[in-house]
Structures are given as structure tokens and as C-alpha cells.
Design a protein around this ligand. Structure first.
Ligand SMILES: *[C@@H]1O[C@H](CO)[C@@H](O)[C@H](O)[C@H]1NC(C)=O
Ligand SMILES: *[C@@H]1O[C@H](CO)[C@@H](O)[C@H](O)[C@H]1NC(C)=O
Ligand SMILES: *[C@@H]1O[C@H](CO)[C@@H](O)[C@H](O)[C@H]1NC(C)=O
Ligand SMILES: *[C@@H]1O[C@H](CO)[C@@H](O)[C@H](O)[C@H]1NC(C)=O
Ligand SMILES: *[C@@H]1O[C@H](CO)[C@@H](O)[C@H](O)[C@H]1NC(C)=O
Length: 306
């Protein structure tokens, strides 16, 4: 069993970046347990997939049975339909249960939606409790994520974090020494949750949760976990560190960000007078953000960019 696991890890890691996406899917009941709101967690398709919901009774969420030290994590999600203001749906890695005072986290967060407006998805990460240094970015999508399933992926190695939507890398964070502990570096579990984010999520908190449009149901399917299950007795070297994105992936990412990004902490000089150390200045991204939100991304921001 151990040898088999080791072999499969070596195999997966060696092909990790040469195939575009790893294909080891696992079912909900193989990989996950309920976290809270159990009555609203309904496995379907013979336990392969799961629906989690929020209604008058409760919100809900699940987490992985194991913790992982680096890896590629993916799920296909279909979001609740129609009016979903204040409804936050997440797919993320975290270790805040094990390390409540200095936790790591890598997030996808869907920020709810008022009929007729585009959905926004937010990405963020924290390292070793760096919760006073949010690293949020927000994007529109080129599809309606409540209409169908789409794949959301997090790649985490000791040198990079890359977020994927379907085949498109939408954000790439390269670790730099100056980040110190802010780069996630301890084993994490994988989570999916749905909850009331009325006070901040939709239109900055101006559009509120209305349970009369509920129950709000988020569906998760086709889970992929290609990671090293955490074992303190054994250093897991999945050798992702030297791998970079392909030219094609970089091209896709650049196009996506110039068209769909609506916020990035890297260009928000009102918040960070000096950009955080991993930020890489891109003049086209900056111009796009300025056109989109001239107040937040006032001119001059580019001058101190890196
Ligand atoms: C789904 O998982 C539950 C809990 O592990 C189990 O009791 C049930 O038999 C499973 N159903 C199917 C169809 O596999
Ligand atoms: C969403 O709204 C449309 C149009 O109002 C309606 O036809 C549809 O049934 C609604 N879907 C759900 C899941 O409530
Ligand atoms: C994380 O924070 C703890 C507590 O402050 C500290 O002891 C540890 O060295 C930090 N780890 C990293 C990687 O910075
Ligand atoms: C949702 O959260 C908001 C802000 O925290 C709170 O005022 C409101 O009562 C909550 N709504 C429900 C239905 O729990
Ligand atoms: C991990 O593996 C890579 C590639 O095989 C190697 O270059 C690196 O030195 C290894 N790191 C450790 C800490 O063993």
C-alpha cells in the first residue's frame, strides 16, 4: 500500500506539468468529511459528488480527510442560481483548525450575484497568520458559473501558487524570499463551504442575503487531489519546485487578466503604498484596472511598481 502510494506520487509528480491536467479523481466519500451543517450536505451520484446548501436552518461545509503538503487540488463547481447576494461559496486549502494562530490558506471565493450582474470570483492567500496582509484579486468570468460545472484548481508547491479556471491559469504567485512566512508553507486540508457573507461579499456588502430566494445549493463534483498526504515522519518531495508555466499558459493568463480582472492588491496604492514583495508590475494590467476603477487605481500607482 505504502509503496503503491509512493509510486503513484512519483508518477504523478513526474508528469505533473507535462500533461495539462492530472486525472486522478476521487469521490466525495473517499476524500472528504462533513465539517458543519451536516443536514445540508447531500452526496449524490453514488457519493461521487456533493451538494451543500444554505437555508433557514444552517449553512454548511466539508473538509478533506487528510492534510497535504503541496499538490494540485481541483473540483468542478456549479453555483447556486438566480439571486445569490451575500452567498459566499468557497473552495480552498487551509490549516486554521490545526494552527489557529498562524495558519496558511489558499482561496477561491465566489462573492454572490444579483440578477443581471456578473459574478465575481476572488482569490487570496495567507501564510503563517498573515491575515492583516490580504492578497485579494477579483475577476469576472467568461461564463455564468451557475449554469454549468466548471473546474477550479489550486496548484501549490514550495515555490509557486497557481490558480486555474478550466484550462486557464488566472493567477500565478512566485515565491520570493522577501515574503518570509507569508507564503503558505505548512500542510493544509481542502475545504468547500457555503455561508452568509452579507457584510462584505456582494457589491462590497451593499447587496444582502435574502433567504427567501433559497435554499442556496452549491454542487461539487470531479474532485482531484494530487498531493503528498502529510506525514511528519517523512519529507515529501514532490519536486514541483523547478516547474514553470508553459508559454501557452502564460499567454492565456495574460489575456485573461487584461480582460477580466477587476481588482488586484498589487496595484492598490491606497492600501499598500509599497507593493508587497511578490507583486510584478504589468502596465497593461494596470491600465485595465484604472479604466475599470479609476478611484482605487489612481494614476501614479504604476510609478512605484516593481
Ligand atoms: C455513500 O456513503 C455512505 C457513507 O459512507 C454509505 O453509507 C453509502 O452506502 C454510500 N452509498 C453509495 C451508493 O455508495
Ligand atoms: C431562476 O429564475 C428563472 C427566471 O426567473 C426561473 O425560471 C428559474 O426557475 C429560477 N431557477 C431557480 C433554480 O430558482
Ligand atoms: C510562523 O510563525 C511562528 C509563530 O510566530 C514562528 O515561530 C515561525 O517561525 C513562523 N514560520 C515561518 C515559516 O515564518
Ligand atoms: C447574514 O449576515 C448579516 C451580516 O453579518 C447579518 O446581519 C444577517 O442577519 C445574516 N442573515 C441571516 C439570514 O443569517
Ligand atoms: C526535491 O527534488 C528535486 C528534484 O528531484 C531536487 O532538485 C531537490 O533538491 C529535492 N529537495 C529536497 C529538499 O530533497
Amino acid at each position: 500500500m505504502a509503496a503503491c502510494l509512493l509510486l503513484s506520487i512519483l508518477f504523478l509528480c513526474s508528469v505533473f506539468f507535462h500533461v495539462s491536467y492530472p486525472s486522478s479523481t476521487l469521490s466525495f466519500d473517499e476524500g472528504f468529511n462533513p465539517l458543519y451543517g451536516e443536514p445540508n450536505i447531500i452526496p449524490f451520484e453514488s457519493n461521487k459528488s456533493v451538494k451543500i446548501s444554505m437555508d433557514e436552518r444552517t449553512s454548511s461545509g466539508f473538509h478533506s480527510k487528510l492534510m497535504y503538503m503541496h499538490g494540485y487540488f481541483e473540483a468542478s463547481l456549479k453555483l447556486p442560481e438566480n439571486y445569490t447576494a451575500g452567498v459566499v461559496v468557497t473552495f480552498y486549502t487551509s490549516n486554521n483548525q490545526k494552527y489557529p494562530f498562524y495558519h496558511d490558506e489558499i482561496d477561491f471565493e465566489f462573492l454572490g450575484h444579483v440578477d443581471g450582474q456578473n459574478w465575481l470570483v476572488q482569490t487570496n492567500f495567507y501564510g503563517n497568520g498573515s491575515t492583516n496582509r490580504g492578497r485579494e484579486e477579483r475577476y469576472e468570468l467568461w461564463f455564468d458559473p451557475s449554469e454549468d460545472f466548471h473546474r477550479y484548481g489550486i496548484l501549490w508547491s514550495d515555490s509557486r501558487i497557481t490558480y486555474y479556471v478550466d484550462d486557464v491559469p488566472i493567477r500565478h504567485v512566485k515565491r520570493v524570499d522577501a515574503m518570509g512566512g507569508d507564503f503558505p508553507s505548512k500542510e493544509m486540508s481542502l475545504y468547500g463551504t457555503i455561508w452568509n457573507g452579507s457584510n462584505w461579499a456582494t457589491n462590497g456588502g451593499n447587496s444582502k442575503l435574502d433567504l427567501s430566494y433559497g435554499p442556496y445549493v452549491a454542487k461539487y463534483s470531479s474532485f482531484v487531489i494530487n498531493g503528498c498526504p502529510f506525514d511528519p515522519a517523512q519529507y515529501c518531495n514532490n519536486s514541483l519546485s523547478s516547474n514553470e508555466m508553459t508559454q501557452e499558459e502564460i499567454g492565456d493568463m495574460v489575456s485573461f487578466r487584461r480582460e477580466f480582472m477587476t481588482y488586484s492588491y498589487c496595484y492598490d496604492r491606497k492600501r499598500y503604498a509599497v507593493p508587497l514583495p511578490e507583486c510584478v508590475f504589468n502596465s497593461q494590467e494596470f491600465q485595465h484596472l484604472q479604466k475599470f476603477d479609476p478611484w482605487t487605481f489612481a494614476s501614479g500607482g504604476g510609478l512605484v511598481g516593481r
